[in-house]
Write a protein that binds this ligand. Sequence first.
Ligand code: ATP
Ligand code: MG
Length: 406
Amino acid sequence: MSTDNTVHKFVDDAAVIAFVSAHSDQLDLSVPPVVEEIGDGNINFVYRVRDHRGKSLIVKQALPYIRIIGEGWPLSLDRIRIEADVLRSEACWAPHQVPELLYFSPADAAILMQDIGDHQNLRHALIERRELPGLGLQIGDFLAATLFHTSDLFLNSTAKKEQLASFINPDLCGISEEVYFIDPFCDHERNSVNPLLLQEAKQIWADDALRAEVAELKYGFMNRTEALIHGDLHTGSIFVRDGSIKVIDPEFAFCGPVGFDLGTVLANFLLNFSAQLGLPSEMEEKNRYQHYLLQQLRELWNSFSQSFLELAEQKSADAGLASVQWRARKMADFFADMLGYAGVEMMRRTLGIAHVADLEQITDESVRVVSERLSIRLACLLITRRGELSGIEELLKEIQALQQSL
Ligand SMILES: Nc1ncnc2c1ncn2[C@@H]1O[C@H](COP(=O)(O)OP(=O)(O)OP(=O)(O)O)[C@@H](O)[C@H]1O
Ligand SMILES: [Mg+2]
């Protein structure tokens, strides 16, 4: 893999087509196809190449810097190798829940993959208040399958260490370490704070006890190599259709704490939950959707914990990790971590550099502040009380009680 800066962007559509033609015969290129740049993310270039019959494939290319910033923010090309390797790993354990990887070219720092354009971005689906049956359950199963099979409960000791070495991801972990665990908890120049939320933000920045809890979570993020985690599992990385999910964009993956992926998903559902408060619709409709979101979280946690424990029961070979009592204790640790990392994600999406459309669609600052206030109060609850809450039912009660107390 070339990790220097020698890779060049595909110069034109013809170069993208030549890449597809060299590495797949799925498209009929006898008639010139249509190339469209579809990337709505911040970091890479994503193209859809569609042939005259309507069949399409996706090309994703990394450049040695962040797309929307340019050469001023360099970023290792190894991230696209990591993305390709994680897609391969996930395809082993959750084959229908990731786009199929067709080819990875280190020389072009580019991957060729299945087009999952028949699925919708989950963030957009939640913003439209779509109710997808079985959504939480499918996400829970994806997490159980991918996290269990890359943990010490499944891999032997050597394989686990090889995995650890293969997914050292310093550039992208470095970004996360700053934007999750530092910026939102201090008056950082990168932050973007609604002026009407400034009083609450200042209280957070002055809260030493909160900072100690966040330090503990950051230290866990840096040191707890429990499983190969996705590392950026917000609702824009999950695509949905009735009865199906597809998870994309694992370039932030590394061996880290299981609770981080769980927490990122939980947070993004709760950010949408918080946004409902400030949206203009009928109260009844908003309440109904909030209820739907909480039900998905219940199903997500229950399916994750049940599937993970079943997999451990059926497939775990390590005699030293066979204790049922210990496994139950581990599940309680995952739960507490999930809450803590969810709180950090909510805080960074409300006070930090990268906000979410769920909240930003509320254009009036004086209305949005109501939702943002709920978001940061939920975040504080999740971070500070993560070790006390006994399980998902108690958590859901606390979330509803907090909303009613506002
Ligand atoms: N396999 C795919 N099939 C269809 N569309 C895709 C596929 N992969 C990516 N896309 C589209 O391209 C967009 C950007 O992709 P992706 O999130 O992987 O890029 P990124 O540059 O890494 O983004 P980010 O800044 O969020 O990290 C997605 O939101 C989706 O709309
Ligand atoms: Mg990405």
